[in-house]
Structures are given as structure tokens and as C-alpha cells.
Design a protein around this ligand. Structure first.
Ligand SMILES: NC(=O)C1=CN([C@@H]2O[C@H](COP(=O)(O)OP(=O)(O)OC[C@H]3O[C@@H](n4cnc5c(N)ncnc54)[C@H](OP(=O)(O)O)[C@@H]3O)[C@@H](O)[C@H]2O)[C@@H](O)CC1
Ligand SMILES: Nc1ncnc2c1ncn2[C@@H]1O[C@H](COP(=O)(O)OP(=O)(O)O)[C@@H](O)[C@H]1O
Ligand SMILES: [K+]
Length: 497
């Protein structure tokens, strides 16, 4: 058992895959072994979370998730704790494993209380796991879930917080908000994206000793990703070794977006950063750093589309940050180059309304050129001709769909950012926090990706590395220091990743 998050790259399995792994393990092991292991793991974690707690309320549903809770109860009781067990009313018999757990609990002297305890130190949510259907607000489950909130006391969810969709991270209006979740057998993607991180709290994982042996041939639906370590720079290198980032954006009133992307590219290791602003009144003197080179937009476009000059130095173009409507007119030319492109913000909005530009993105890939799109959910919805709510209701599917449709790398931003790329398992990064929900942090991410592409990283790896740096920097940001996009832009990966 260990905490899952930013330190390990781990496969994420959806409910169908988990069921298959469970079926294989159940076939291979003596009856009730898995549930006994699950119960012990839950009890151990509950005790570790609150070593001095005395009263544990374990709320059990009428499925195997409740069975895990009953097995946990036997251990907590054996360790001298006061255990209050409740069982939801049910009309059908319990499944065989849960029935065996119930009989085991009774044989240990445990009985079911008619109602939740008036007070408790730790609550354990064994109401619903991967067998959950959407909870109706008037369901008999609802009062139990409200009681589980229990003020500021720890709530440990078994496998999945009840009410959270284990596949997608979306939840119904009534959903357990746990402080900790112990994911059993497999790690489920819904714990790390959409509303999952708010409802799951700190996620722990126990594979019950079976995943590696029984997951063979079963594909994960995503990978909880951590980037490969960065290799040190060669001594025998020069600024051309690390590539040029060309930033095109910054229309009138939005020049800050281009400066943020450019600054982030600079701090993230680009050899040179050259900015072309769409604001005709902006002057080179307005650059926030003397290290940034500024060119008139026409000159920069000539440079960006000059294939002859490209051979000596690797380049990347970051396009769209604060680009306004003017960016649409430039996109067609930029998409014709073989230079790696990061398209953000206004470039994505232009792409969404033009099938010609979308064809050009697909064509680039056929020619071996890299394109990375960095939509937030609203921009992804425009590109997929759907609603933001639909994107958020299944972020993995939408990131995949967009990557497939446009045949390029897609970074779907937000809580639990996804990196999708045709032919790769989508990467899910459980880093970052709501302090990033401020204007400009997306421009910073675009610059961070651009620097890595200019440094010749493959787009999938560049995106994972940049999202990881962006998110972990925010996670480590001192609580008493304001996090701003410009401060985030000025963070170097070697200091934080
Ligand atoms: N087998 C084993 O050894 C192992 C099993 N494991 C554990 O099993 C869990 C999966 O168990 P599961 O398949 O029994 O489903 P579970 O999540 O308990 O829910 C089913 C029950 O809830 C009910 N119900 C559903 N939605 C509802 C709603 N909205 N409102 C009201 N009722 C609702 C549903 O009713 P029904 O749909 O039948 O009417 C049924 O009674 C998994 O998450 C893990 O914890 C692991 O530890 C590994 C070892
Ligand atoms: N609640 C959150 N949790 C984690 N990351 C977040 C959260 N809110 C925003 N972010 C991150 O902050 C960035 C915001 O990007 P975006 O919405 O494009 O901002 P802007 O367009 O103002 O630059 C993204 O990288 C996103 O993943
Ligand atoms: K649960």
C-alpha cells in the first residue's frame, strides 16, 4: 500500500478492465481471499490516518464494497477500537463475498446499528464502489452520505468515494467527499481528474497482491504519469543547441499573454526566444526582460515560415497567446511549415471554426511535423463541437477524441490535466491546484511546452514534462507567497522538478 500521485508512473484501469482483473484473481485464489486482503488494507490505513481514534463508523452498502467495510471492521475491533457498523437497507441478497464478510463480522461479535452514531472519530465509506449507479437525490443513500461528511473528521473511502464515477471523475449532486481514498486492486482514473481530486482526497493504492499477475493483456485506459528525468546539458553546447522559440500573439490589450509564454520559454531552457506581437503599437522596449528579442510580426512570420533557415537550429512556434482575431489570418501559413507548433487560446478558437485549418493540422502530422494543442475545457468543447459540461463529464474520452480527430498531441487542461497523443496511452497528471486558476497560467504552460519542443523532445514527452513542472511548481509554492502567472513563468525546471 502506498500513496499514489506525483512520484510513481502507474497504470489506470477503468471499471471494465478492473472487473476482468478481479475475475482472474478470484478464479486463482481461495474463496474470499481478496476481500479479506481488502478489509485488512482498509483497517490498516484507517489506523494510520488516525492512530489515536477510538470510534470508527463504517457505513456499508449492500454490495462487495460494503463487504470490504465489514472485513475492515473485524480488524479494527480486534485492535481494541469501537466499531459502529451500519448496513443500507436492501431487497436482494448480498453477493457471496459480502455475505461471507457479514458472517465473519457477526462471528467476531459485531452487530449492525440501526442508525449512524451520534459521534465518531473516523468514518469509512463502504457504501458504493465500482458497482455504483448514479445516486438520485431522494435515494436512501443520501442521508447516509450527508452524515459521512462528519465535520472535520477523516473520511476514508473504500475503493471510490460513493457517488463518484470511477471512470470519468464526474459525480452526482450527492457524493462522498473523502479525505482519503484507498483504491483497491487497480487505480481508477476518476480519482485523479474532473471532480475526482476534490472528492477522493489523498489517494492510496493497494493492488491486493494480484494486479501484476492478472493484468497481462489488459490495457490501461490512462497512465498516471511522471516525466522521465531530464538529462544534463552537454558541456560542449551553445545557444543553438537548445533551440529557438518563436512566440506569435499579443494583440492590443493582450500583449501580456505573449510575454508570459515567452518568459516561460526562456526560463525553461530555450536557447533564444523571439517574440512577434500583433499589437501594432507595441515596441521592443515593452519587453519585460532584455533577454527577449522582439521583431515586427511580418519579419517574425517570414522567419517562422523560412524553411531554408531552419536546418541549423531546432525551432518551435508558440502561437495564439493573446492573439485575438488576427491570429486566424496567420495560422494557415504557420501550419504549412514543418516547425513544431504549440497552439493555444485564440489559435484554438480559430482552428475550431475552420475545417481548412483542421485539415492542415492533420496534413502536418502526415508530413511528420508536430502540433500540440493546449485547450482548456471550453476550448476543447469548441473544437469538438460540444459543450464544456460534456467535456468535463468524460475528460479522458474527449482528450482522446480530439487527438484522434486532429491527429496531434492534445493537452486538456484543468484539474487532472491529460496529455493525449495518437498511439499512446493518455497520460494523466495529478499535479497542480486551484491556485493555478488565474489568468495567464495557460500562456505560461504553452511557453514551457514550446521550450521543450525547441529542445527536440517528442511532443508527448514535452507536454508531460511541462505539465508536471507547471503543476508541481504550483504545488510547492509557499502558502504565504502569492502565485501569479508571471512568477510561475520565471521558474526553472532544474530547481523544482
Ligand atoms: N469481490 C471481491 O472479492 C472484491 C471486491 N472488491 C470491492 O467490491 C466493490 C465492487 O462491488 P460490487 O460489484 O458488489 O458493487 P458495489 O460498488 O458494492 O455496489 C453494488 C451495490 O450497490 C447498489 N447500488 C449501486 N448504485 C446504487 C445507487 N445509486 N443507489 C442505491 N444502490 C445502489 C447495488 O444495487 P443494485 O444495482 O444491485 O440494485 C448493489 O447492491 C469494489 O469497488 C471493491 O470495493 C474489491 O475489494 C476486491 C475484492
Ligand atoms: N483547479 C485547478 N487545478 C489544477 N490546475 C488548474 C486548475 N485551474 C487551472 N489550472 C491550470 O492552470 C492553467 C490555466 O490555463 P488557461 O485556462 O488556459 O488560462 P489562461 O488562458 O488565462 O492562460 C492550466 O494549465 C490548468 O490546467
Ligand atoms: K466507497
Amino acid at each position: 500500500m502506498f500513496p499514489a500521485g506525483v512520484h510513481h508512473s502507474l497504470p489506470l484501469y477503468d471499471v471494465a478492465a478492473t472487473r476482468e482483473i478481479e475475475r482472474r484473481a478470484l478464479d486463482a485464489l481461495p474463496p474470499h481471499t481478496l476481500m479479506r486482503r481488502a478489509g485488512l488494507a482498509v483497517a490498516r490505513l484507517a489506523l494510520a490516518i488516525a492512530p489515536h481514534a477510538q470510534t470508527f463508523w463504517i457505513a456499508c452498502g449492500a454490495g462487495n464494497n460494503g463487504g470490504d467495510g465489514m472485513e475492515a471492521a473485524t480488524h479494527l475491533r480486534a485492535w481494541g477500537k469501537d466499531v459502529v457498523l451500519t448496513l443500507l437497507p436492501h431487497t436482494r441478497p448480498l453477493p457471496a463475498d459480502a455475505q461471507a464478510a457479514l458472517e465473519h463480522a457477526r462471528s467476531c461479535g459485531l452487530a449492525f446499528a440501526a442508525a449512524p452514531p451520534a459521534d465518531f472519530d473516523v468514518a469509512i465509506d463502504g457504501l458504493l464502489g465500482i458497482g455504483a449507479r448514479a445516486i438520485e437525490p431522494e435515494s436512501a443513500l443520501a442521508p447516509c452520505i450527508y452524515a459521512l461528511y462528519g465535520g472535520h473528521r477523516p473520511v476514508l473511502a473504500i475503493d471510490v468515494p460513493s457517488g463518484l464515477d470511477a471512470n470519468t471523475g464526474s459525480c452526482t449532486a450527492v457524493c462522498v467527499r473523502a479525505t482519503h481514498t484507498l483504491s483497491l486492486l487497480t487505480l481508477k482514473p476518476g480519482l485523479f481528474t474532473g471532480q475526482g481530486r476534490d472528492h477522493a482526497g489523498q489517494v492510496w493504492f493497494d493492488d491486493l497482491g494480484v494486479q501484476a499477475a492478472h493484468a497481462e493483456g489488459i490495457s490501461p485506459c490512462a497512465q498516471l504519469a511522471v516525466p522521465m528525468p531530464q538529462s544534463p546539458r552537454q558541456h560542449a553546447s551553445h545557444k543553438g543547441s537548445f533551440g529557438d522559440v518563436l512566440v506569435i500573439g499579443g494583440a492590443a490589450g493582450m500583449t501580456g499573454a505573449a510575454w508570459l509564454a515567452a518568459t516561460a520559454a526562456l526560463y525553461n531552457g530555450a536557447g533564444r526566444v523571439i517574440v512577434g506581437l500583433l499589437d501594432p503599437h507595441a515596441t521592443p522596449a515593452s519587453a519585460p526582460l532584455p533577454d527577449l528579442m522582439v521583431r515586427p510580426i511580418d519579419a517574425l512570420m517570414d522567419m517562422a515560415t523560412d524553411t531554408a533557415g531552419q536546418s541549423a537550429t531546432q525551432r518551435c512556434i508558440v502561437c495564439g497567446c493573446g492573439g485575438g482575431e488576427a491570429i486566424a489570418a496567420l495560422l494557415e501559413r504557420l501550419l504549412c511549415t514543418s516547425t513544431p507548433l504549440v497552439l493555444d487560446a485564440d489559435a484554438l478558437r480559430a482552428l475550431a471554426v475552420s475545417s481548412t485549418l483542421q485539415d492542415a493540422v492533420r496534413h502536418r502530422t502526415q508530413c511528420g511535423a508536430h502540433t500540440v494543442l493546449t485547450p482548456h475545457p471550453r476550448e476543447a468543447a469548441l473544437l469538438l463541437a460540444t459543450t464544456t459540461a460534456a467535456v468535463q463529464s468524460d475528460r479522458i474520452a474527449c482528450a482522446n477524441a480530439l487527438a484522434q480527430r486532429l491527429r496531434c498531441t492534445v493537452v486538456l487542461k484543468g484539474s487532472g490535466t491529460l496529455v493525449a497523443h495518437p498511439g499512446h496511452t493518455p497520460a494523466l497528471l495529478a499535479v497542480g491546484n486551484p491556485r493555478l486558476a488565474i489568468a495567464g497560467t495557460g500562456d505560461v504552460l504553452a511557453g514551457m511546452i514550446g521550450a521543450r519542443l525547441a529542445g527536440s523532445l517528442a511532443p508527448y514527452d514535452a507536454a508531460i514534462q511541462a505539465v508536471h513542472h507547471h503543476g508541481t511548481t504550483a504545488d510547492r509554492w509557499p502558502a504565504d507567497r502569492p502565485l501569479t502567472a508571471s512568477a510561475l513563468a520565471c521558474t526553472a525546471p532544474c530547481a523544482t522538478s
